[in-house]
Design a protein around this ligand. Structure first.
Ligand code: GTP
Length: 339
């Protein structure tokens, strides 16, 4: 349970706000019934029920996106109904809701929910004892929403930037090794479920150190970016390229095996031979290729591709070596899905 709370930010917010809502609203629901205000008591109880069932749904299904939206709507419009029934004291409930919507949904949706709730409160008009009170409330509620929006928007873009810094290689713009680990896990799980074949290619530029030493690091960097451009423009959109480290890259190719895989690999090798150049001439690369076996771990898959690459380097470079050809028995292939 603590593990889920620690790793799922939205679930932890839903739980925190849900528990705060239940603890904060329950005494008022009891009070309304004791005061004989049945309608307000029933509305408070309905809000409590909505919050509790949303929280349970989020925990059971993990669908925190829909739950966040449901909780934002229930709490904001619930506050409007309560304000309209009990008047002044109910107005204050909208303020925490205006802020918490930004924790539950994206900034734009939160602004939409907030403005429509403020407008609804004004149109119904029952919560206010005077025009002045209505306009004071509406103006301060809009100011609170605007400030919360600016803060949430900044937070959102900073999080996106951090995600980018953590997952993208700054020189070439392709995903880094950290993203690769995640994507390979996803691919292995998908292969078991759907029966789709997956090929993994480890690619390493030949004699790259010499290029750096003779022409400088700037030229080496240009070769790396040119390699990425060539690979990206000669593979499918569903293929994924990662920088494994230094001058080594990983290509993840879903849906290809057998003759098709060999055709793809031969084409890539030809393209690099023809177009990848440094000031002294062409640049070549060596390739180690491994198809994911049935039930095989990602580590074993990578290790087989790495062994194949090692063989390609040892046997002269500028070569494509398939793992099953270098004395590594290919694990049983992933069974194809029926149909
Ligand atoms: N320009 C540049 N060089 C890099 C970068 N990352 C790693 N390198 C260099 O890549 C070179 C890799 O050299 P080696 O591992 O000896 O490999 P190699 O010279 O390609 O030899 P083989 O792989 O055996 O053909 C080293 O000189 C690193 O400094 C980078 O981002 N930019």
């Amino acid at each position: 349970m603590f593990h889920r709370l620690k790793n799922d930010f939205r679930l932890s917010i839903i739980t925190l706000l849900g528990i705060s809502g239940l603890v904060g609203i329950t005494p008022f629901a009891v009070l309304r019934f004791m005061q004989g205000n049945l309608l307000a008591g029933v509305v408070d109880s309905a809000i409590l029920g909505g919050i509790a069932s949303s929280m349970a749904y989020a925990w059971l299904t993990g669908d925190t996106r829909r739950t966040g939206l449901a909780m934002a709507i229930i709490s904001s419009y619930g506050a409007v109904v309560v304000g309209s029934i009990v008047g002044d004291p109910g107005l204050f409930w909208l303020y925490p809701c205006l802020v918490t919507t930004f924790f539950l949904v994206g900034p734009r949706i939160a602004v939409g929910i907030n403005l429509s709730a403020i407008l609804a409160m004004m149109v119904v008009g029952l919560a206010f004892s005077s025009q002045e009170q209505m306009w004071s409330f509406s103006t301060t509620a809009v100011v609170v929403s605007a400030c919360a929006y600016v803060f949430a928007h900044r937070n959102h873009s900073q999080r996106r930037r951090l995600e980018q810094l953590a997952t993208i290689d700054p020189l070439t713009g392709v995903k880094n090794r950290r993203s690769m680990d995640e994507e390979l896990d996803v691919a292995a799980a998908n292969a078991e479920r759907s029966g789709l074949p997956y090929a993994l290619v480890l690619l390493d530029i030949d004699h790259f150190k010499k290029i750096n030493d003779e022409y400088g690091h700037g030229v080496g960097d240009d070769v790396l970016t040119e390699l990425v451009a060539l690979l990206e423009s000669n593979t499918r959109r569903s293929d994924q390229l990662f920088r494994y480290g230094g001058e080594e890259f990983v290509l993840l190719l879903p849906g290809v095996d057998g003759v098709n895989l060999r055709a793809v690999m031969n084409n890539l090798q030809q393209v690099l031979r023809k177009y990848l150049k440094h000031p002294g001439g062409p640049v070549t690369a060596s390739f180690g290729v491994a198809l994911l076996g049935h039930g095989e771990s990602v580590d074993s898959w990578l290790a087989r591709a790495d062994n194949a690459l090692y063989t390609a380097k040892e046997t002269g470079r500028d070569r494509i070596v398939y793992a099953e050809e270098v004395g590594q028995p290919m694990p049983e292939p992933v069974p194809r899905a029926a149909g």
